[in-house]
Design a protein around this ligand. Structure first.
Ligand code: SAT
Ligand code: MN
Length: 584
């Protein structure tokens, strides 16, 4: 293959800076992948799992201080500080480059530099984009082969164009003191050093497909969102597509692969994507979504035959596990897998597990598995045009206040609901877990520019759509006074999706309330469920005091954007406040 000269030049530059012993251009072939695996098994980076029960599966243990995204070490570097807004860390590009190039200087000495060209999006799609990651981690290269269309296919898409997103990654010394995840949206560049973990190191995922892509999408008139994509099949066989945004580790993979408890009635979920959606408006003014990824980087703990049997069937071969525990027969194990911890279990750090030492698998331990192995993968998941989106859903963990489901009055109100969404933090990022923070559109850690401008962009997109998707808010996570979940969740979430589907097609009973359209207490089909009396009333009512409390938090949050906050959002805020205050 003829080398792309702009690419070659950048690779040379990076190699002068980082001084690797060898440079390897990845072609993306299976032989190459197997070779990476062999090398990593040889040097201890990977542990071979039981090849009879888990063929071609491996375990990686990351450095104990490198197990999740580090939002405090993640920066957006633009000329003007105001352009990144109050929700991002900012550094001037010049300062960022000075500080970080010192760390990259010679960082690959004694190591191999892997050049990883990759395509985000289906082959042949006008919406797909090329990235190239340079990394000194074979683990990253192998994960990129699962998560993206990697190698020659990307170079072919690129041709002689200079239009690729470069990302330079080095493990450095893995010290959090010398860890930086730097984004330069104005020149479409990522620099990441000091971490080998997930969203910090697989630069195609959060760094490119969300932070840089959101910036590009605003310029180019499309959207890059932290959303799963599903097709919901009804009894007539008709499939309606929906995109849903949830924060990391809040059940996106489970929802995307849901085994419906209403399959007998003909309701079934097809998986298009589990984490990221790139959405474009077509010539007819219809919103279409592609999944830019080719694999799943899902949370292992809690994944079992009862919570997500489809994931269990997806990750039993050709999968890389990170920071899970291992049984004496070399099978992966995690909390919530549905089996008792066996005698002789090895914990995620490689020590003999004792229950007194806490979890055996890290709470943010993950699997990396090819999407095409998923039994429920949609036949349209690689459609170059994407799938037409009829509903957008916001969701997050909220143990109080937020009802099971509600529908926005219109697009603008839906944008308000997304922009003001609160969420309890999870183990996907370092820091405290379970703290409520504002996480607009589940994009708080992933929006590459000022979120005030981002809300404007959402409003603008709505104006360009001929028939905007209906917008909903869901919350599977409400808890009663004893701390137990009210709603069974998982496959029973189909009952909520069924109401959403009915609303999309002009049916479904709803009551107009202060906060939005809510299903009446008897409207969600709960046949066959054993719910505590009063559950549905609780889950479909308006908690006036709780919402008024939340309004104060939204006020502070909105205020932090100053004049970058669109007035429409304040209008929605004020109207909601008035409606709440009028309630008895
Ligand atoms: O580590 S990742 O950012 O890739 C996963 C997540 O936090 O959603
Ligand atoms: Mn995610």
């Amino acid at each position: 293959m003829v080398r792309n000269s702009a690419l070659q030049q950048w690779v040379d530059e990076c190699s002068r800076l980082t001084k690797p012993d060898r440079v390897h251009w990845c072609d993306g072939s299976e032989e190459e992948y197997n070779k990476f695996i062999q090398i990593m098994v040889g040097d201890g980076t990977l542990i071979e799992l039981n090849q009879k029960t888990y063929p071609n599966c491996y375990l990686h243990r990351s450095h104990p201080s490198d197990v999740a995204r580090t939002e405090n070490l993640t920066f957006i570097c633009t000329e003007k500080k105001d352009d990144v807004g109050p929700t991002n860390n900012w550094m001037h590009p010049k300062e960022a480059k000075e500080r970080v190039s010192k760390l990259f200087d010679g960082s690959m000495k004694g190591r191999t530099m892997y050049v990883v060209p990759y395509l985000m999006g289906p082959v042949g799609s006008p919406y797909s984009k090329v990235g190239v990651e340079i990394t000194d981690s074979a683990y990253v290269a192998a994960n990129m082969r699962i998560m993206t269309r990697m190698g020659n296919v990307a170079l072919e898409h690129l041709g002689s164009s200079e239009n690729f997103v470069p990302g330079l990654h080095s493990l450095g010394d893995l010290s959090p003191e010398r860890r930086f995840i730097m984004h330069f949206p104005e020149e479409k560049l990522v620099w990441s050093i000091g971490s080998g973990y997930g969203g910090n190191a697989l630069l195609g995922k959060k760094c490119f497909a969300l932070r840089l892509a959101s910036y590009m999408a605003r310029q180019e008139g499309w959207m890059a969102e932290h959303m799963l994509i599903i097709g919901l099949e009804d009894p007539s066989g008709k499939v309606t597509y929906m995109a849903a945004a949830f924060p990391s580790a809040s059940g996106k993979t489970n929802l995307a692969m849901m085994v419906s408890t209403m399959a007998e009635q003909g309701y079934k979920v097809w998986t298009v994507g589990d984490d990221i959606a790139w959405m474009h408006i077509d010539e007819e003014g219809q919103l279409h979504a592609i999944n830019p990824e080719a694999g799943f980087f899902g949370v292992a703990p809690g994944t079992s035959n009862s919570t997500n049997p489809i994931a269990i069937d997806t990750i039993n071969r050709n999968t890389i596990f990170t920071n899970v525990a291992m049984t004496p027969s070399k099978e992966p194990w995690w909390e919530g897998m549905g089996t008792e911890p066996p005698h002789g279990l090895i914990d995620w750090q490689g020590g003999k597990w004792e229950s007194a030492r806490g979890n055996a698998a890290h709470p943010n331990s993950r699997f990396t598995a090819p999407a095409k192995q998923c039994p429920t993968i949609s036949k349209h998941w690689e459609d170059p045009k994407g799938v037409p989106i009829s509903a957008i859903i916001w969701g997050s963990r909220r143990s109080t206040v937020v009802p099971l489901v509600m529908q926005a009055f219109n697009w603008q109100h839906g944008v308000f609901l997304g922009s003001s969404m609160g969420a309890e933090t999870t183990a996907a990022a370092t820091g405290a877990v379970g703290v409520v923070r504002r996480d607009p559109m589940a994009m708080l850690p992933f929006c590459g520019y000022n979120m005030g401008d981002y809300f404007c962009h959402w409003l603008d997109i709505g104006k360009k759509l001929k028939k905007p998707p209906l917008i909903f808010r869901v919350n599977w996570f409400r808890k009663d006074k004893e701390g137990k979940f009210y709603w069974p969740g998982y496959g029973d979430n189909i009952r909520v999706l069924k109401w959403i589907l009915a609303r999309v097609h002009g049916g479904g009973k709803a009551q107009e309330t202060a906060i939005g359209y809510l299903p009446t207490a008897d409207e969600i089909d709960v046949e066959g469920l054993t719910l505590k009396p009063g559950t549905m009333e609780e889950l479909t009512s308006v908690d006036k005091a709780g919402w008024l409390n939340t309004m104060n938090e939204i006020h502070t949050f909105y205020g932090s954007f100053g004049n970058r906050m669109p007035s429409e959002m304040w209008d929605e805020y004020n109207q909601l406040k008035q409606r709440l205050e009028r309630l008895p």
